[in-house]
Design a protein around this ligand. Structure first.
Ligand code: ACO
Length: 152
């Protein structure tokens, strides 16, 4: 039987040589605009939290976080190339991110998500995040965000 392509993919740490593909996925998936220099700044601020999903030499997903406090991490960007969604890649990125957070003694994770982003909200809820508040006009187009939170 032919091997499923998704079985050969894996999560690994971001490498600077991944930058062009990461910027492409971020800008095709998210509504804010991300430059290479901004994404490289995020990488330098917490390198071990910046993870990508590699599939046969190609990057198809990414997650990057920041240290919100000494014990609380924050997910800044999570995106999977639209051709590769609903196959468990987002969950694998989250699982690895959580492990990286635990390794650094983080106890919780927070994130902001657009209130109209039903796909991502459902994904986060199924992962155990809860909505704790609404942040009015959080995004550059004045859209609102939900603040979501999870104990790890
Ligand atoms: N067959 C069928 N369904 C599956 C399979 C499979 N083999 N594997 C997983 N699924 C289902 C999961 O159960 C899950 O269902 P749920 O949404 O009801 O929980 C669904 O597929 C998605 O799970 P994953 O496949 O693990 O996640 P995915 O790789 O699709 O990534 C993500 C999720 C990142 C939200 C993706 O939809 C995306 O990139 N969206 C656009 C960008 C975005 O909105 N990012 C979040 C913004 S907020 C922020 O960045 C802080």
């Amino acid at each position: 039987m032919a091997a499923n392509n998704f079985e050969v993919g894996f999560v690994r740490r971001f490498d600077v040589s991944d930058i062009d593909k990461v910027v492409e996925i971020a800008n095709n998936s998210l509504t804010e605009y991300y430059t290479s220099s901004l994404i490289l700044d995020l990488f330098r601020s917490w390198p071990s939290s910046f993870l990508v999903f590699a599939l046969e030499g190609k990057i198809v997903g990414l997650i990057v976080g920041s240290r919100h406090t000494a014990t609380e991490a924050r997910i800044l960007l999570l995106a999977v190339d639209k051709d590769f969604r609903n196959r468990g890649i987002g969950k694998q990125l989250m699982d690895s991110f959580v492990r990286a957070c635990i390794a650094e003694r983080m106890m919780s994770i927070r994130l902001e998500v657009r209130t109209d982003n039903q796909e991502a909200i459902r994904f986060y809820k199924n992962y155990g995040f809860v909505i704790t508040s609404t942040i009015r006009a959080y995004y550059s187009d004045s859209s609102d965000a939900y603040l979501m939170w999870k104990m790890i």
